[in-house]
Write a protein that binds this ligand. Sequence first.
Ligand code: FES
Length: 125
Amino acid sequence: MYKEKVFEHFTSPRNVGHLENADGTGTVGDPSCGDYLRIYIKVKYHRIVDIKFEIMGCPAAIATSSILTEMVKGMSLDEAWMISDEDVLSALGGLPEHKEHCSNLSTGALKEAINNYVIQGSGNK
Ligand code: FES
């Protein structure tokens, strides 16, 4: 069963949508289930000042993406990079064991977005 916090983030996900003029974008898919997630970040002075996501995914993927965006908003890129799947799971109070892999989408897409920002040469923003 899902914990209350998971249910709350699944039914009222935060920071959903497209971010115009994003500084970095990361997309990750899980071929085993067909779910995918895209994360957009806006960066200022090496901090994530805004973040949004679009997803086609299961309740666990939606909840982990939602809470991840809340966790990293305001963080430095270095701090955000260090967020692990375990951090996300723990912030949600855990997921059923067979759904824990769903958190990989959120951390993976965030890392892709940070990479995309750095590769674009926006590192001095
Ligand atoms: Fe695909 Fe959850 S089942 S991410």
